[in-house]
Design a protein around this ligand. Structure first.
Ligand code: HAM
Length: 511
């Protein structure tokens, strides 16, 4: 008889494991980012992996792909007693159906349970505005039924059943768990934290960076994952000087230079501010309506919802038409035009090469003025390794004081892929010394990583070779007795004897 087949688990679609030796490359990349960013006086912020969904609705925008289609909702499980309270009321639904319903029992149950639900609502165990409305319905309907029972008997039996049914439905509709979502990006969380902790009271600009996973339910492909990683940086504070934009870009490119990610292109654009952009968007919409028939379905829809996003289109058929559309650079207000011109001066001053791309509008709603992106080679269609821009006004939108902001996020998965494709890999330290020991008396003498079971020297050295160790330290009982050790360099099989102190000195000096 064959064994029953066990289910084999695999990583969820769009997620992946990062194994050694790749994980060393990742650690090196992230370590280098920290070093470079800290040398620019940025410091790390760590925010939670989940947040209230509305945080992203308000900042990234309710009409964006990210918020409409790609967020991963997380529902907190409510405390058991709260679930029981709901069941208490909802159970009357079955009694209404089978005719065993007793009005005074329902009213009694609601009166028992409602105060508990209201407390839960107040302390946030069950939150959100929908629940508030539902609890109100339950409270008001129960009150009318109570009045009817107590003295007036004003309601017809049909009205009673309607009210009772409405209470049951409202109870069933209560969303008892806290509503959360896995974060699709980091900027909104950083801004939330900035406001929550009153960081605007700190002197100067706040320069923050973050490293970690983000989650978007996109269609997986090369360079596009559902759990992916970003290294981001944000500057928040009173000033919107273009020199800040340039410094942020300089820091980004300094990192790319350090890690050998050099076959890249920096694109910059300005998408105006709340004064000039709406006028341009309206103009764009009018022009798009005229040529609507020549556009694909997605772009046609976007004419009404978000015309700027039409400029993002990658459809080959649309490129020629899009090239004829009015460009934002011709419609910036004086202040935005000056800001963009100064940014380009500042980039030139720093010797940073860039290309202007008037179609770079980005897929998130919070941007104003500067937007930028860096593409890298070897990535196919998902070739943006970094995106960023200015978001003056976002802090206010999320309930904070007037504040300017700019930042970027690097897609770590893509940056690493591009480095791997280029073959320009760093030499990362591997295993230094493999201790080839034989004889039980030798085993306790060696205080480092070593094979846990005795092996013949030949086999041991073969393993050391396969593991890519630089040296094998040969440790037999003679060596222990005499206090001298044989160190074999595996690259050229050269070997020499050392005393213990000589040995350490030799290895410490890098062999
Ligand atoms: P974003 O353009 O949505 O901007 O993402 C930034 C980078 O994250 C992209 O350029 C890409 O490299 C990477 N990325 C995005 N989605 C995926 C995915 N599904 N798989 C792999 N990599 C991905 C933001 O997130 C903004 N918060 C950036 C920012 C910070 N703007 C101002 N401050």
């Amino acid at each position: 008889m064959s064994e029953p087949k066990q289910k084999q688990f695999r990583a969820i679609r769009g997620t992946r494991d990062i194994l050694p030796p790749d994980s060393s490359l990742w650690n090196w990349f992230e370590r280098t980012a920290r070093e470079v960013f800290e040398s620019f006086n940025f410091r790390e912020i760590r925010t939670p992996l989940f947040e209230e969904p509305e945080l992203f609705g308000r900042s990234v925008g309710t009409d964006t792909d990210i918020v409409l289609k790609e967020m991963y909702p997380v529902e907190g499980r409510p405390p058991q007693e709260i679930q029981d309270y709901r069941r208490f009321i909802a159970a009357h639904g079955a009694r209404i159906k089978n005719g065993s319903f007793v009005l005074k029992h329902l009213v009694h149950d609601v009166e028992q349970v409602l105060p508990e639900l209201l407390i839960a609502q107040r302390i946030g165990d069950i939150s959100d505005t929908d629940n508030m409305r539902l609890l109100q319905v339950i409270g008001e309907d129960a009150k009318r039924l109570r009045v009817h029972l107590r003295d007036e008997f004003l309601l017809s039996s049909e009205e009673i059943l309607n009210l009772a049914q409405r209470i049951v439905y409202a109870a069933e509709d209560l969303r008892l768990g806290e509503q959360m979502t896995l974060r699709p990006e980091g900027t909104a969380s950083v801004v939330r934290a900035y406001i929550e902790h009153g960081m605007h009271n700190l002197p100067g600009n706040q320069k923050l960076y973050y490293v970690g996973p983000m989650f978007r339910r996109e269609r997986p492909q090369k360079g596009r994952y559902r759990q992916f990683y970003q290294i981001g940086a944000e500057v928040l504070g009173p000033s919107d000087a273009p020199a800040i934009d340039a410094e942020v870009i300089e820091m980004l490119l300094a990192l790319f230079h350090r890690v050998g990610l050099t076959r890249t292109t920096l694109y910059v654009n300005s998408i105006g501010c709340k004064d000039c952009r709406p006028k341009y968007v309206e103009l764009l919409r009018e022009e798009l309506r005229k040529i609507k028939d020549r556009l694909g379905a997605d772009s046609q829809r976007r004419i009404e919802t978000n015309p700027l996003r039409v400029l993002d289109s990658k459809l080959p058929d649309e490129q020629e038409i899009i090239a004829t559309l009015p460009r934002i650079s011709d419609h910036l207000c004086e202040a935005c035009r000056a800001h963009f011109a100064k940014l380009k001066d500042e980039l030139n001053l720093r010797g940073l090469a860039y290309e202007e791309n008037w179609r770079l509008v980005r897929g998130l709603d919070y941007y104003t003025r500067t937007t930028f992106e860096v593409t890298a080679e070897g990535l196919g269609s998902q070739n943006a390794v970094c995106g960023g821009g200015r978001y003056d006004g976002l802090v206010e939108l999320l309930g904070g004081p007037p504040t300017k902001g700019i930042g970027f996020a690097i897609g770590t998965d893509r940056a690493i892929l591009s480095i791997q494709e280029s073959g320009n890999l760093p030499k990362l330290p591997g295993l230094d010394v493999f201790v080839a020991w034989m004889g039980v008396k030798s085993y306790p003498t060696a205080g480092v990583e070593l094979p846990p079971e005795e092996m013949k020297f030949k086999k041991s050295l073969g393993l050391a070779d396969k593991l890519g160790a630089r040296y094998a330290l040969i440790l037999g009982e003679d060596e222990v007795a005499s206090g001298t050790y044989t160190l074999k360099r595996l690259a050229d099989a050269k070997q020499e004897k050392y005393s213990e102190s000589e040995l350490f000195a030799h290895l410490k000096n890098g062999g």
